[in-house]
Design a protein around this ligand. Structure first.
Ligand code: HEC
Ligand code: HEC
Length: 227
C-alpha cells in the first residue's frame, strides 16, 4: 500500500514539476534571444548578433565564429573563460564582461538551439591545402606525434558534446586564428594543454591546411550529429 502511494505521489509530483521546468527553460531561451538581439541593456552592452548574427552563423569576413548549434555547456564554458581571462578573445573580452551567470546560461541555451546555413567564406577552398588538411584531420601526423583531429572532434569534426566543439564548417579565418593562438600560447583554456601541444607541433602550412579542410565542409546543424 505504502509502495503504491509512493508511486502515485511521485507521479502527481512530476505532473506538477514537468510544466514548470519547461516554462523555466522557455524563459531562459527568451531571455537569451533578447540578449543576442539587443544586449543586456546595461551601458556598453553590445548585442551578440552584431558579430555572430541572430541565428549564430558568425561573420567569416571578420573571423567571428559560427556558434549555432554548438553545445550550450561549451558556449557557457568559453564565455566564463573570457570573463576569467583564461580564454584569449581580444574582440569578445569587453563584450561579455557584464553578463551575469543567468545571462550566460540563457544566451548559451539560445545559441545552442538556433540553426544557420553555412555562410560563404572569404575565399574558395584551396584544394592542395584541403587535401593535406584532410590527411592530417583523418590520419594525424604520427611522426610529429599529432593525433588525428577527428579522434577528439568527432567524425569530420562534427563535435563530441559537451567538451569537444564542432569545427566542421567553421570559417577559415577563425580556425586559423585559434590554431595560431594555441600554438603561441595565447589561448590556454584547453584541458591538459592538449590543443596547445598539437597546434605547436603543426607547421604554419599544416595549420592553414587543417583550417582550409574543416572550413570546406558543411557544418552540422547541431554539435555531435551527422547531417
Ligand atoms: C564585436 C563582435 C562580437 C560580439 C558583439 C560578440 N562576439 Fe562572441 N566572438 C567574437 C569573436 C571575434 C570571437 C573569437 C574570439 C576573439 O577573437 O575574440 C568570439 C568568440 C565567441 C565564442 C567562442 C566560440 C568558440 O567556438 O569557442 C562564443 C561562445 C561567443 N563568442 C559568444 C558570444 C555571445 C553569447 C555574445 C553576446 C553576449 C557575443 N559572443 C558577442 C566577436 C563578438
Ligand atoms: C586530444 C584531443 C584533441 C585532439 C586530438 C584535437 N583537439 Fe582540437 N580541441 C580539443 C579540445 C578539448 C578543445 C576545446 C578547448 C576549450 O575547451 O576551449 C579543442 C578546440 C579546438 C579548436 C577551437 C574550436 C573553437 O570553436 O574555438 C580548434 C580550431 C581545434 N581544436 C582544432 C583541432 C585540429 C585542427 C586538430 C587536429 C590537428 C585537433 N583540434 C585535434 C581537443 C583536441
Amino acid at each position: 500500500m505504502t509502495f503504491v502511494r509512493r508511486i502515485v505521489s511521485t507521479l502527481i509530483l512530476s505532473l506538477f514539476l514537468l510544466p514548470t521546468m519547461t516554462v523555466h527553460a522557455e524563459d531562459l531561451l527568451k531571455r537569451g534571444k533578447r540578449i543576442a538581439e539587443k544586449g543586456t541593456g546595461s551601458p556598453g552592452s553590445v548585442a551578440c548578433m552584431e558579430c555572430h548574427r541572430l541565428n549564430g552563423g558568425g561573420m567569416p569576413s571578420i573571423g567571428s565564429p559560427r556558434i549555432a548549434g554548438q553545445a550550450s555547456a561549451y558556449i557557457e564554458h568559453e564565455i566564463l573563460g573570457v570573463q576569467k581571462g583564461t580564454r584569449y578573445a581580444p574582440v569578445m573580452a569587453g563584450v561579455v564582461d557584464n553578463l551575469s551567470k543567468k545571462d550566460i546560461r540563457s544566451v548559451a541555451l539560445y545559441y545552442a538551439s538556433v540553426r544557420s546555413p553555412k555562410l560563404p567564406d572569404v575565399s574558395p577552398p584551396d584544394q592542395p591545402l584541403v587535401a593535406l588538411g584532410k590527411h592530417i584531420a583523418q590520419k594525424g601526423l604520427w611522426k610529429k606525434n599529432i593525433p588525428a583531429c577527428v579522434l577528439c572532434h568527432g567524425p569530420d569534426g562534427r563535435g563530441i558534446p559537451p567538451h569537444f566543439p564542432y569545427i566542421e564548417g567553421q570559417n577559415k579565418g577563425y580556425l586559423l586564428r585559434q590554431l595560431v593562438s594555441f600554438a603561441f600560447l595565447k589561448r590556454k583554456d584547453d584541458p591538459q594543454g592538449l590543443m596547445r601541444g598539437i597546434a605547436r607541433r603543426l607547421s604554419q602550412r599544416e595549420r592553414k591546411a587543417v583550417a582550409e579542410y574543416f572550413a570546406s565542409l558543411t557544418p552540422p546543424a547541431v554539435a555531435g550529429r551527422g547531417r
